[in-house]
Design a protein around this ligand. Structure first.
Ligand SMILES: *Cc1c(COP(=O)(O)O)cnc(C)c1O
Length: 384
């Protein structure tokens, strides 16, 4: 075992080959559209630099981050030909940093458009941008009124090269949700009125709503990372993440003994309890208290009592003591319990489980698709 791995309480394995395979699969669903990638929030907690490089090697050249600083951090790691779009657009007085770092803003309001016009004046050249219009989510994007004003203002985009007109789906993972068709119709109506340009429409789930929802550039995130894109259907994506955590100690407790803060679990009989080196500070949410599972060689072992900051407790009475001892691993995310199942146990979504993954895990980047000898990425972040 590598030293770093030995020193850590848990090991998070991220399969870049599976991410690349998922990218190819999503691309195969498109007719004419380009396939970008959402790598915001550190690529959903998996490491934006590793992930974006792996995707760039697969031919991806459109990357979406949320914040300006995410774009600045990513820029030096991608080829000059790659476009990095910043979904939040420029907050006041940050426009020139976008120019300096060659980041393309998504302009979400008339005032962001005005700021970008001003930046183009100062830079004394035309500047690229995406303009987002709101089609029903009421989160980011020009309102209906702002779009109307645009129609009567020939100077609205003065100095701005409009790369894409963009909107975002609110309910795409539910294929029967009426909001999908309503947003499609609203977007098509707006396009007819506005200057002709390419469009960017679907996220992961939107890709599976059919080609009408693709536009010219899709922006998947979650599906790349193995999250199921269609609610109620089987998951066509390869799993990307596994998480295993180590046993610190085991103990036998008797009937009436409590486990953990608050004493919320009281043993009904003699039980063997393992204390595991992962807690809510590692993103193993406190809402798993008393209801999550870990797995030992595919056998589910229940979480008992409240999850602590640095530990959780498992009832391992039903598995062999030879298998669960100090230093042994138990599986928290695995084939037995993929990310979406973990999320369901905690009453949340896979997105939140991934983006909560902790900083204390030892991260092992592997590529199961490519023979190990041919791998270009180093297998761990810390290898020398
Ligand atoms: C996060 C995000 C995406 C990616 O969505 P997934 O559901 O993860 O595929 C695409 N577009 C916008 C505007 C986003 O905020």
């Amino acid at each position: 075992m590598a030293d770093r791995e030995k020193q850590a309480g848990a090991v998070l394995t991220i399969d870049l080959g599976a991410i690349r395979a998922n990218y190819r699969f999503l691309r195969s669903q498109l007719a004419g559209a380009s396939c970008g990638a959402a790598v915001k929030a550190d690529a959903y907690g998996l490491g934006a630099i590793h992930v974006a490089k792996a995707l760039a090697a697969e031919g991806c050249d459109h990357f979406f981050v949320a914040h300006l600083d995410e774009g600045i951090a990513l820029r030096p790691h991608l080829p000059a030909s790659a476009d990095i779009f910043v979904l939040h657009g420029p907050l006041p007085d940050t426009e020139l940093e976008f120019v300096e770092h060659r980041l393309i803003p998504v302009l979400n309001s008339a005032s962001q458009v005005a700021g970008w016009r001003q930046a183009a004046r100062i830079a004394a050249r035309r500047l690229p941008a995406v303009v987002q219009v709101d089609t029903g989510m009421s989160r980011l994007g020009l309102s209906r009124q702002e779009v109307e004003n645009w129609l009567y203002d020939p100077d609205f985009l003065r100095g701005i090269d409009l790369c894409y007109l963009m909107t975002h789906l609110a309910c795409a993972e539910r294929q029967d949700h009426p909001m999908n068709a309503a947003q499609l119709e609203a977007f098509q109506a707006l396009r007819k009125k506005l200057p002709q340009c390419r469009t960017s429409f679907a996220n992961s789930s939107g890709i599976f709503l059919g080609q009408k929802y693709h536009g010219d550039l899709v922006r998947p995130g979650a599906a790349l990372y193995g999250i199921a894109p269609v609610q109620g259907a089987s998951n066509p994506m390869q799993s990307v993440v596994t998480l295993k955590a180590r046993v610190i100690q085991t103990r036998v407790i008797d009937r009436g003994d409590c486990v953990g803060y608050g004493g919320t679990y009281r043993a009904a009989g003699r039980r063997r309890i393992a204390t595991i080196a992962t807690g809510y500070a590692d993103g193993w949410l406190r809402s798993f208290s008393g209801r999550g599972f870990a797995h030992v060689d595919g056998v589910p072992v229940p979480v008992v009592g409240n999850v602590s900051m640095d530990t959780l407790a498992l009832d391992v009475t039903d598995v062999s003591a030879d298998r669960v001892h100090a230093g042994a691993y138990v599986d928290l995310i695995s084939a037995s319990q993929p990310v979406d199942d973990v999320a369901a146990l905690a009453g949340t979504i896979g997105y939140e489980i991934l983006t909560s993954l902790g900083a204390r895990y030892h991260r092992d980047y592997v590529d199961t698709q490519t023979p190990r000898a041919a791998q270009r990425q180093p297998s761990t972040e810390f290898s020398i």
